[in-house]
Design a protein around this ligand. Structure first.
Ligand SMILES: NC(=O)c1ccc[n+]([C@@H]2O[C@H](COP(=O)([O-])OP(=O)(O)OC[C@H]3O[C@@H](n4cnc5c(N)ncnc54)[C@H](OP(=O)(O)O)[C@@H]3O)[C@@H](O)[C@H]2O)c1
Length: 240
């Protein structure tokens, strides 16, 4: 972590989705340590408020911007884009981290509603974020986009159908966006965090001792590297 003289994201405006717990929460805290102003979104308002309390202890009382919302209410994403344009005129860092596992089952047993919910959360919401925030990212002198994927997004695993297919779509979404922004100041990358000690991991692997997998805090450095203005990576998948 940086000391106060070498904050690596000083003055950056960073939107982190899925900030209420797990990886998103740890990323938000680390970005705050690095001097970023955070826009935090998730459905659980109380958890966002608690996180903001923590962040204010780090930054001397500057409140984050909290957006308690369900990202599958896609209009909310458009309103966020418009409100942020009014307030900041740009977005420096977008971390598309919010996600859900859904039910693990054979393809033929997936309920259509469950399929739609996972696709809406893991894939469509991230496209809507691009749609809404692309103009703001281009206004930044170093727009940085990080999407969080999974190994099953590029390696087929039985019974992980909905989640895996949503992540495969997310990977193509990020790669196409990277192609479209090649000649701009925007850099777009994917991170596969690998097994990380969160609620989602516990849901996926109920028999596992959580202490045998790494903590979210152990992986946040990689997010800082991809968020920094000096990051030259583009269209890459970083596997942790
Ligand atoms: N943990 C792992 O081992 C692992 C491995 C590979 C990839 N990943 C990926 O890492 C990312 C973070 O996962 P995690 O492990 O930190 O999971 P987590 O602890 O379950 O956190 C998921 C986050 O997404 C938010 N979220 C879920 N649905 C939402 C919705 N409809 N609208 C708004 N926010 C929503 C949740 O907030 P609310 O419930 O408050 O809305 C929460 O903040 C995910 O994309 C996941 O697929 C995780």
């Amino acid at each position: 972590m940086s000391d106060s003289n070498t904050k690596r994201l000083e003055g950056k405006i960073a939107l982190v989705t899925g900030a209420s717990r797990g990886i998103g929460r740890a990323v938000a805290l680390r970005f705050a340590h690095e001097g970023a102003h955070l826009i935090l979104t998730a459905r659980t308002q109380g958890a966002l408020e608690e996180l903001d309390d923590e962040i204010q202890k780090i930054n001397g009382g500057v409140p984050s911007t909290l957006v308690p919302a369900d990202l599958t209410d896609f209009d909310v994403i458009d309103h966020m884009g418009a409100a942020m344009y009014e307030r900041f005129g740009k977005l420096d860092i977008l971390v598309g981290n919010a996600g859900m596992l859904g039910v693990l089952s054979p393809l033929g047993h997936i309920e259509p509603k469950a399929w739609d919910q996972v696709m809406a959360t893991n894939l469509t919401a991230n496209w809507r974020l691009i749609r809404s925030f692309d103009p703001l990212l281009r206004q930044s002198d170093a727009g940085r986009v990080i999407f969080v994927t999974s190994s099953v997004g590029h390696s087929a695993r039985a019974f992980w159908g909905t989640y895996a297919i949503s992540k495969a779509g997310l990977e193509m979404l990020a790669n196409i966006y990277a192609e479209e922004t090649k000649k701009t100041n925007v850099r777009v990358n994917l991170i596969n965090p690998g097994g990380t000690r969160t609620d989602m991991r516990a849901e996926a692997m109920p028999g596992e001792d959580p202490q045998t997998v790494k903590s979210p805090e152990e992986i946040v450095e990689y997010f800082v590297e991809l968020a920094e203005a000096s990051c030259a990576r583009h269209g890459e998948l970083i596997e942790l």
